[in-house]
Design a protein around this ligand. Structure first.
Ligand code: HEM
Ligand SMILES: *[C@@H]1O[C@H](CO)[C@@H](O)[C@H](O)[C@H]1NC(C)=O
Ligand SMILES: *[C@@H]1O[C@H](CO)[C@@H](O)[C@H](O)[C@H]1NC(C)=O
Ligand SMILES: *[C@@H]1O[C@H](CO)[C@@H](O)[C@H](O)[C@H]1NC(C)=O
Ligand SMILES: *[C@@H]1O[C@H](CO)[C@@H](O)[C@H](O)[C@H]1NC(C)=O
Ligand SMILES: CC(=O)N[C@H]1CO[C@H](CO)[C@@H](O)[C@@H]1O
Length: 328
């Protein structure tokens, strides 16, 4: 009897450890009860001043989760003294923004519950809150992510001129399917793109000397004028930019799908999504049915936020999101 009881206690102990080593809704309920509230209030304050933060966070979150999983690897600063180039300084991460907001939230959380809330959870929660503020779906998201110990500049995110089938291959490698792909590209319902990513579509498309025939001619004219500036840009951030969703540019809604059906996709991949037979039926459905998009978006965002997360004793809880606790 005694042995059986002991065994049971032992098993329960193991089971509990196993169960706790995963993401949970309200992971910080007792360790930092105000964590989610604090994230939300700081995002709210920023959103009031500058609603473009939703686009910034959505892209930041995707670029984090799309490389090594959602582990805040994108937040690490390069260390030039040691010649260490981190993920944020790799080519696909150019113009990713929102880092200072994450710093602000982290600083506040460290002051009330030091070393408890991970940077990867902050990015995930802040993105969730910014989506809701921009009129998108509200959803609960499990927490308990831990921060990674590696940030490498050799990053393999696909570019905007790759065909839908190639983009889909990438999504599959990170555990997402075709529906997730079409849904998550709907994040281009907010945010901006710089001329460097679409200029060839409006001037010299694939060496033809003409614009991309799949773009609305009025939009071609507008973007041509926008990008044909005489001012030389010194950094990529000086390059002119335009809204990815030309109609409801600050609202997380299904207008993106309606715009691409009107040939008003900005990036090649946006337009291709409406044209490729792999994705066109889903695009048509979301364009008609805003509610279907909202439900799908919440679901796929939760799924994206779960990619290769570190839990339990893996990784660490960074004190400063830009540096590892023990850099070397
Ligand atoms: C793999 C397919 C994707 C490609 C090729 C792609 C490509 C791009 C490019 C080239 C830009 C413009 C960047 C700039 O000019 O600064 C952009 C912006 C953006 N992307 Fe994507 N993207 C993809 C998937 C996603 C996903 C899955 C999300 C989020 C769930 C996302 C969210 C955004 C947002 C919100 C912006 C605007 C950023 C801002 O306002 O600063 N993208 N994307
Ligand atoms: C935290 O609280 C919420 C709301 O009361 C509850 O749904 C959730 O299960 C709790 N999570 C944990 C890990 O205690
Ligand atoms: C970064 O990635 C490259 C290519 O995959 C690899 O050769 C290199 O060792 C990695 N660096 C670190 C610090 O992990
Ligand atoms: C581009 O801009 C320059 C001046 O900045 C102007 O002279 C030129 O005509 C423009 N090109 C076109 C095709 O509009
Ligand atoms: C812009 O979006 C609104 C609201 O979603 C829609 O009713 C309208 O038709 C759209 N306008 C254009 C020009 O696409
Ligand atoms: C190579 C490069 O220009 N990387 C940029 C990546 O993003 C950071 C933060 O915005 C920039 O400071 C880097 O210059």
């Amino acid at each position: 009897m005694k042995i059986v009881a002991l065994l049971l206690v032992f098993l329960c102990y193991f089971f509990q450890n196993f169960v706790s080593a995963q993401l949970k809704i309200g992971f910080y309920n007792s360790s930092c009860p105000n964590a989610e509230f604090i994230v939300k209030s700081i995002v709210q304050k920023r959103f009031k001043n500058n609603p473009s933060i939703t686009g910034a966070l959505l892209r930041l979150h995707f670029h984090d989760c799309g490389v090594r999983g959602c582990d805040a690897s994108i937040l690490i600063d390069s260390d030039s003294s040691k010649n260490q180039i981190s993920e944020k300084d790799s080519a696909p991460n150019l113009t990713v923004r929102g880092y200072e907001l994450i710093d602000e939230i982290k600083e506040k959380l460290e002051s009330i519950c030091p070393s408890i809330v991970s940077c990867s959870d902050i990015v995930t929660l802040a993105t969730r809150d910014a989506v809701a503020l921009a009129g998108g779906p509200k959803y609960t998201i499990p927490t308990g992510r831990r921060d990674g110990l590696v940030s490498n500049s050799s990053v393999d995110l696909p570019g905007p001129t790759q065909p839908v089938s190639e983009i889909l291959k990438f999504f599959r490698t990170i555990g997402l399917n075709k529906f997730d792909m079409v849904t998550l590209l709907g994040a281009h319902t907010v945010g901006v793109a710089h001329c460097s990513f679409f200029q060839s579509r409006v001037s010299d498309f694939r060496g033809t000397g003409r614009p991309d025939p799949t773009m609305d001619p009025e939009l071609v004219k507008k973007l041509f004028r926008l990008c044909n500036t005489s001012k030389p840009a010194t950094t990529l951030n000086d390059v002119p930019r335009t809204f990815l969703d030309q109609n409801t540019s600050f609202i997380v809604d299904n207008q993106y799908y309606n715009q691409i059906l009107k040939k008003k996709g900005i990036l090649k991949i946006d337009q291709e999504l409406a044209l490729d037979k792999l994705s066109a039926p889903i695009v048509a459905r979301f364009a008609k049915n805003g509610n279907a998009f909202r439900k799908s978006f919440a679901k796929s965002m939760v799924k994206m936020g779960n990619i290769n997360v570190l839990v339990g004793d893996d990784g660490e809880i960074r004190k400063n999101c830009r540096v590892f606790n023990n850099p070397n």
